[in-house]
Design a protein around this ligand. Structure first.
Ligand SMILES: Nc1nc2c(ncn2[C@@H]2O[C@H](COP(=O)(O)OP(=O)(O)OP(=O)(O)O)[C@@H](O)[C@H]2O)c(=O)[nH]1
Ligand SMILES: [Zn+2]
Length: 344
């Protein structure tokens, strides 16, 4: 007897009983199946965009077992790929991921789960005030970016409320790309757009340029203005925006599941509401060094197994005399320390 395992391939057979891992004599060949990108996940339903731009809804074929399918994944799909109402396609395989953003699980048992795949860029959104910036959080995001091989981009919002100077100073040595935006209110934004050469409007323009043509995942505390930004960048996004609570300084969580949106100028932006901490338990000093090629070259002279910390004996990074490298070493070590801290 053949049980339905969500595949049409007759070569896939299933062991009877529980644990329906398919026993395949020959691996099913999906090379002719359509390819698609996952742009949304909601309670077991996957929103996909096919190579030709058609949007379809799909379920995961059972043969994929418990393996996760996340926003940003490139997948193969079979079944009904017409995209018509009430039709369902089936995700039958997931391509290897070029990058992975991990978060720690709620159970807090050191386990980590992939939340977004294949993004090239990590935009760290921080408000300059309301809520106040938290450098520990920025540091952890930077570590996550360097570890995942993503290009970090610091997006400072609410420039109408406070100056970015102090933050820019403390991240200067990292040579980060930074964009400063002020979207005060939607109405202000509309008005500003009309004024050519306006500093605030150019902040948004700079952001558009930095996002064009690549896939960027947006992270940041609740209330920093992610939804406001996305609405400004993607005209029909309709991300719900919330007010910051005057008592706690924390934003209301108005949005809940990760979603990938197409940018008008090409590229995609992925919002990750509700992501509270990254999984950094697996990150080693060596992984963080990947974001610092100049320091990595110097660290080759370190003793074997050097942890490159402030108190690591004979660490070559401690013997720098160049002021720029001293500052970069300090930044690097601050990021290392942030790996073990909580994000809020
Ligand atoms: N003054 C000022 N307020 C802003 C700016 N950008 C956003 N806000 C306000 O900040 C509040 C929170 O903005 P959201 O866009 O909802 O923030 P979020 O990061 O999406 O928050 P969550 O959905 O909770 O994750 C809203 O009241 C916005 O109007 C800005 O540049 N300046
Ligand atoms: Zn060292």
């Amino acid at each position: 007897m053949r049980r339905d395992i969500g595949t049409d391939d007759p070569r896939v057979r299933v062991r009877p009983g529980k644990g329906s891992r398919p026993r395949t004599k020959i691996r099913p060949d999906y090379s002719s199946a359509s390819t698609a990108e996952v742009v949304g996940v909601d309670r077991g339903r996957y929103r996909l965009v096919l190579a030709d731009g058609l949007a379809v809804t799909a379920v995961k074929a059972r043969e994929l077992g418990r393996g996760s399918v996340v926003v940003g994944d490139r997948v193969r799909v079979t079944g009904d790929v017409s995209g018509k109402k009430d039709t369902l396609a089936r995700v039958v395989s997931v391509e290897a991921r070029a990058s992975r953003l991990l978060r720690s699980t709620e159970e807090g048992n050191g386990r980590e789960r992939c939340i977004v795949a294949n993004t090239q860029q990590l935009a760290i959104v921080t408000a300059l005030a309301d809520p106040p910036p938290k450098t520990g959080m920025i540091d952890r995001c930077l570590v996550a970016a360097y570890d995942a091989g993503m290009e970090p981009l610091l997006v400072l919002t609410k420039a109408d409320l406070a100056s970015p100077d102090r933050l820019l100073d403390s991240y200067g040595a990292l040579g980060l790309r930074v964009v400063v935006v002020d979207l005060g209110s939607r109405r202000d934004l509309e008005a500003r757009r009309l004024e050519e050469g306006d500093a605030e409007a150019s902040g948004l323009e700079a952001l558009r340029k930095a996002l064009a043509g690549v896939e960027t995942v947006l992270v940041g505390h609740s209330g920093v203005g992610k939804s406001t930004l996305i609405n400004a960048l993607v005209p029909d996004a309709d991300r719900a925006t919330g007010e910051v609570n005057a008592v706690t300084g924390k934003g209301r969580h108005t949005s809940t599941s990760a979603v990938s949106l197409a940018l008008p100028g090409g590229g995609r932006i992925i919002d990750t509401p509700g992501v509270r901490s990254f999984g950094l338990a697996h990150v080693s000093p060596q992984d963080v060094l990947r974001g610092f090629t100049d320091l990595a070259a110097i660290a080759e002279n370190c003793p074997r197994g050097c942890e490159h910390g402030w108190d690591s004996p004979e660490c070559a990074l401690s013997e720098q005399t160049d002021l720029r490298l001293i500052a970069r070493t300090a930044s690097f070590r601050r990021l290392l320390a942030a790996c073990t801290e909580d994000w809020s």
